[in-house]
Design a binder for this molecule. Sequence first.
Ligand SMILES: [Zn+2]
Length: 101
Amino acid sequence: MIGDGKAKTLKQYGLCPESWLWCLHCERFFQAKDLTFDDAGNWQGCFWLRECGGSGIGVDVYAWDSWPKQNPDMWEHWPKSEVELKHGLSCPLYSGGGIIN
Ligand SMILES: [Zn+2]
């Protein structure tokens, strides 16, 4: 069960509660139903917002496959389908590691 504010946000972005998202800050996957209320007053915060500071759909929070779709090389290390995703699963932006500052 999700509240009205969250439901409105999901509808606005064409997401379902079960839609998978990925946070650019903590590089973890979570589902749209787990978005948190961010400091800007929107239901667009990463599930780990207090820890990672990630918020804003299309800013820090993206559809799970948004980045590899834009950068096909990323599919090499990215989960290939939603069935591979787990809440909290981490996937770095760059496969090599050590690149992210
Ligand atoms: Zn995050």
